[in-house]
Design a binder for this molecule. Structure first.
Ligand code: AHG
Ligand code: MN
Ligand code: MN
Ligand code: MN
Length: 324
C-alpha cells in the first residue's frame, strides 16, 4: 500500500503542494482523535456562540477550526485561510503561496449522535501580484482550485483528494499514515439512488418538485427504475457515497430564505466537492450551471447544489430548463 506523500511525489505533484496536503492531514488526524474521544473528553454538545451562518457552534466545530488554523497559519506556505467558522479570513505568512478554505467539521448536527462527519478543504494559489491582504484574494472561481478534498471520519477515516488529475482515496492506518486504497475513482454515469432532504419539498421551485415527483412516481418517460433514497445530513458522507457507488445528491434553492440560493456554502463545500465530482467523471451544478464556473462575491455565499452521476444530473437540469 502506497503512502500518501509517496503516491503524490510519484505522480509529480508540486512539492510545496504535497507539503501543504501533508500538514492538512496532521490537522485532520488530530480532529479524528478528538472525535474518537467524543463524550469521554466532554467535547460533545454546543457552545454559547453563533457563527456567521447563524448556526449555534458545536464544541467540535470550534475545536476543529482551531486545530486547522494553528497548523496551517504556522506554515510559511499559507498566505491565509477562510473557514465556515470564521467571520473573516485569517492571514498568515505574507509570502505564503497558498490560500486554504475549509469547513472544519461538516455535518456537525451528527456529532452528538455518533454519525459520520468530515473536514472539507479547498486549496487556491494566492495572486502573486497582490501584496494587500483582503478577502478578495479568496474570491476565485472553483475551477482555479489547485487541490480539493475531504477527510470522512466514519468507521474508517478516509481522505478523498484531487490535485487536478483524477480522484484518489487514502485510508488512515493505525500507524497514523494515510495509505492509497482507491485510485482514479470514477462515478457511474447512471444511478438508482438519490439524496435530498424531502422535508423541504413545499419550499422547492416547481422544477425540483416535478423532478422528484416523476422520480418517485416513475412517470417521467419509460422510468422502469425504482429509486432508493438516502439522507445522512453530512455532505461529506453523501459525496463519499456518490464517489463510491454513484447517485445524485442535491440541496436545492428553497423559499425559506429567498435571499440565499441554498443552504450549502460555495467556497468550502460547493467548490471542493464539485472539483472532486467533476474529476471523477460526474457533474456538479447549481441546477442550471456548473458550480465551478460561479464567480464568488462573498466568502460565505450560498449555492444550490445538485451533483453526482452525469446522466441523472443532466435529467435534473433538463427539468430546470423546461419548467416555466
Ligand atoms: P455543516 O455541519 O458544516 O454546517 O454542514 C451541514 C450541511 C451539510 O453537511 C448537509 O448536507 C446539510 O447541512 C444537511 O442539512 P439539513 O440538516 O437541512 O438536512
Ligand atoms: Mn455549520
Ligand atoms: Mn458543511
Ligand atoms: Mn461545518
Amino acid at each position: 500500500m502506497q503512502l500518501l506523500s509517496a503516491y503524490l511525489k510519484h505522480h509529480d505533484t508540486d512539492t510545496e503542494l504535497v507539503e501543504l496536503i501533508e500538514i492538512l492531514m496532521v490537522a485532520c488526524k488530530e480532529i479524528a482523535l478528538q472525535l474518537r474521544e467524543g463524550a469521554l473528553a466532554g467535547i460533545h454538545g454546543t457552545t454559547e456562540d453563533t457563527n456567521i451562518q447563524g448556526e449555534t457552534q458545536k464544541k467540535l466545530d470550534v475545536i476543529s477550526n482551531d486545530i486547522l488554523k494553528e497548523v496551517l497559519l504556522g506554515n510559511r506556505l499559507v498566505r491565509g485561510v477562510a473557514s465556515e467558522e470564521e467571520d473573516n479570513p485569517v492571514f498568515g505568512d505574507p509570502e505564503g503561496r497558498f490560500l486554504v478554505t475549509f469547513d472544519p467539521l461538516d455535518g456537525s448536527s451528527n456529532i452528538d449522535i455518533n454519525v459520520s462527519v468530515g473536514t472539507i478543504f479547498s486549496i487556491l494559489e494566492a495572486p502573486a501580484d497582490v501584496a494587500e491582504n483582503s478577502v478578495d484574494l479568496f474570491l476565485q472561481p472553483g475551477r482555479r482550485q489547485v487541490a480539493a478534498g475531504y477527510v470522512l471520519y466514519g468507521p474508517s477515516a478516509v481522505l478523498a483528494l484531487t490535485t487536478g488529475t483524477g480522484v484518489n482515496m487514502f485510508t488512515l492506518a493505525h500507524t497514523g499514515d494515510f495509505l492509497l486504497t482507491r485510485e482514479n475513482v470514477q462515478i457511474p454515469h447512471s444511478t438508482k439512488e438519490f439524496a435530498i432532504n424531502m422535508s423541504n419539498h413545499r419550499h422547492w421551485e416547481p422544477a425540483m418538485r416535478n423532478y422528484v415527483g416523476d422520480l418517485l412516481s416513475g412517470s417521467e418517460g419509460p422510468r422502469e427504475k425504482n429509486y432508493n433514497m438516502r439522507w445522512i445530513a453530512s455532505m461529506v458522507a453523501e459525496v463519499h457515497r456518490v464517489l463510491t457507488r454513484g447517485g445524485i445528491f442535491t440541496y436545492p434553492w428553497d423559499s425559506r430564505d429567498p435571499r440565499k440560493p441554498g443552504k450549502l456554502r460555495l467556497m468550502y463545500e460547493g467548490n471542493p466537492m464539485s472539483l472532486l465530482v467533476e474529476q471523477a467523471g460526474g457533474l456538479s451544478t447549481t441546477c442550471y450551471t456548473d458550480i465551478l464556473d460561479v464567480d464568488p462575491q462573498d466568502i460565505h455565499q450560498r449555492v444550490a447544489v445538485a451533483l453526482g452521476s452525469k446522466e441523472e444530473v443532466e435529467t435534473l437540469m433538463r427539468y430546470h430548463q423546461e419548467t416555466p
